[in-house]
Design a protein around this ligand. Structure first.
Ligand code: GDP
Ligand code: IMO
Ligand code: MG
Length: 446
């Protein structure tokens, strides 16, 4: 029965939060499946802007369970602050739920992340990885090394004490660790405050599957940041793929029905690492400004570039996309032309169309080959209004051709087009879609 996953198809920040929020009105369960406070999912609502880091976008919708799933790494103090902020600003309408199996991200993981970055900066790779410094690498390393502390442990004080003690022995080399007794009691306190949200989330989802209720998995990060399939080592430490989302929620693979790949009509990246279609200079600055490209978590300026079909085809194969959501088409309106990278040429003269080289240093040396498209007109308020009113038939012809081209090149239909940051600036053109979005009922809503 219908499980839908939303996956980032580029380097993160594609607009997954916005697409998840749009879809969420048709689901009762929305589940974050990986990552932690490295995420920033922005949703612009009439009542205010929500930037969600650890809480699922589902909580913005009444009647929806917004689950932070077992695949996540949770800073419990940050989670609490985020909930309080959403509540204070009257944006919390759904029910927040926290998996008892999610791992606990501690202040010492943040210290370790900073320390590891400084080691890398002193080495041959002088820029480091450019992590968010939220402790993601170290907490996943402890998880797989079996040193970790989980949310359930916060509610069991003896177990909390013994796991923390072990972790402190392992981390004794780190500078500036907070006194263990103080951290232990703060963790026990935050555990008891969060206890009302802590649940066994897998049985909730299995029950939903048995009752044929649809589930939406909210991917964070993106395929190209995947620990195995991304641009290693310039990646995050989780699996932001559709398979990773199933592992990070406890849902069996055969239940997955739809996989929505989210990509900007161009590309951005935060942090270090190869980015073959990056544009610097004036045009890069134009995209950064027009797209307000600044990290939602760290505030760092995002590197900007053109849409990369080699990567999009690769992402499609890895995730089995059944549809694409193309976002930020408004940002490119009014340009002279819109380049799209169709293939890479390696220094040895080889052409690559759907599989990037596995070694980051080799990927950094490929030459992207571009096809150039005529631009569509500027997205004036008038055009946006027509799109909201009339739906897909108001799409400019040049943009239609661009979207058809993406369908042909990836063999995946473009079912969502996002032309602004507001909730209503989303067109859905999927199977059975009515021409007016306000009448839309998703095919998977049963
Ligand atoms: P996520 O991490 O994938 O959820 O993306 P972020 O929230 O980090 O970054 C996407 C940014 O683009 C946010 O500020 C969104 O509000 C904004 N955004 C999303 N879709 C559109 C769009 O179609 N047009 C414009 N102009 N902004 C958009
Ligand atoms: P959302 O869900 C963009 C990037 C960091 C860095 C690399 C490793 O908002 O799309 P980490 O702190 O995870 O160890 O950093 O991964 N990164 C993201 N970039 N969006 C994200 O999340 C990201 N999460 C991690 O910038 O390059
Ligand atoms: Mg983001």
């Amino acid at each position: 029965m219908p499980v839908t996953v939303v996956v980032g198809a580029q380097f993160g920040d594609e607009g997954k939060g916005k697409i998840t929020d749009w879809l969420a009105s048709r689901f009762r369960y929305v589940v974050r499946t990986g990552g932690g406070p490295n995420t920033g999912h922005t949703v612009h609502l009439a009542a205010g802007t929500a930037v969600l880091h650890q809480v699922s976008c589902g909580v913005l919708r009444p009647g929806v369970l917004g689950i932070s799933g077992p695949g996540m790494v949770i800073d419990p103090f940050g989670y609490e602050t985020e909930l309080a902020d959403l509540r204070n600003r009257h944006l919390l309408h759904g029910e927040p739920v926290l998996s008892e199996r999610a791992h606990v991200l501690l202040p010492l993981h943040e210290i370790e992340d900073g320390w590891e970055e400084s080691v890398r900066q002193g080495g041959s790779s002088s820029a480091g990885l450019g992590t968010t410094r939220r402790g993601i690498g170290p907490v996943y390393a402890d998880r797989y090394g079996r040193w970790g502390l989980r949310i359930a442990d916060l509610l069991r004080h003896e177990i909390l004490a013994s796991r923390l003690d072990l972790l402190y022995r392992k981390k004794a080399h780190l500078p500036g660790l907070p006194p263990i007794a103080e951290l232990r009691s703060r963790l026990a306190e935050v555990g008891s405050r969060l206890a009302p949200y802590v649940r066994a989330t897998e049985p909730i989802l299995w029950g939903a599957i048995e009752r044929s209720e649809p589930i939406l998995l909210e991917g964070a990060q993106s395929v190209l940041l995947d620990i195995d399939f991304g641009t290693y080592p310039y990646v995050t430490s989780s699996h932001p793929t559709s398979a990773g989302a199933l592992m990070g929620s406890g849902i069996p693979p055969q239940e997955l029905d739809e996989s929505v790949g989210v990509a900007k009509a161009y590309a951005t990246r935060v942090g270090a690492g190869p980015f073959p279609t990056e544009v610097e200079g004036e045009m890069g600055e134009y995209l950064r400004k027009a797209g307000s490209e600044r990290g939602a978590t760290t505030g760092r300026p995002r590197r900007c570039g053109w849409l990369d079909l080699v990567m999009l085809r690769y992402a499609t194969r890895l995730n089995g996309f059944t549809s694409l959501a193309i976002t930020k088409v408004d940002v490119l309106g009014g340009l002279d032309e819109i380049p799209v990278c169709t293939q890479y040429v390696t220094p040895a003269g080889e052409t690559l169309t759907d599989y990037p080289p596995p070694v980051a240093e080799d990927l950094a040396k490929v030459m992207p080959a571009y096809e150039r498209f005529p631009s569509w007109p500027k997205f004036t308020e008038r055009l946006k209004e027509r799109l909201r009113r009339e739906g897909a038939k108001a799409l400019p012809a040049e943009l239609r051709r661009f979207l058809t081209y993406l369908h042909e090149q990836t063999r995946v239909p473009v079912e969502f087009v996002s032309f602004g940051s507001a909730r209503e600036d989303t067109l859905w053109m999927g199977r059975g879609a009515p021409s007016r979005m306000t009448d839309a009922v998703a095919p998977w809503s049963g």
